[in-house]
Design a protein around this ligand. Structure first.
Ligand SMILES: [Zn+2]
Length: 101
């Protein structure tokens, strides 16, 4: 009877240690999966998944989707558009969407 207690404690110790190791490994795998997931989405259209094409306009790098024609602006670029000449923006939008107006 007196010997069962320390050995059970030992078992609990190893069970706990195994659980820690499994948890650690799962965290590592989740992180790796997250990174792979992000890599696979890099420069992909958030709407249709096509490869985005980088287009330069007034020192801005605008990412355009050739499939659904969505546009992606980086942080601060929308504010920068305010300082661009209206007719230039109109011309750019026209060329982006192939509009004739
Ligand atoms: Zn798209």
């Amino acid at each position: 009877m007196s010997e069962s207690k320390p050995s059970r404690n030992e078992d609990e110790y190893f069970v706990k240690q195994d659980a820690e190791l499994i948890k650690e490994q799962r965290t590592r795998l989740d992180a790796e999966r997250g990174r792979a997931e992000r890599r696979s989405h890099y420069m992909k259209c958030p709407k249709c998944g096509a490869d985005l094409v980088e287009t330069e306009f007034h020192h801005m790098k605008i990412d355009k989707c050739p499939e659904c024609h969505g546009l992606w602006l980086d942080k601060g670029e929308l504010e920068m558009l305010e300082h661009v000449d209206q007719s230039a923006i109109r011309g750019f939008v026209r060329s982006m969407f192939g509009l004739k107006f």
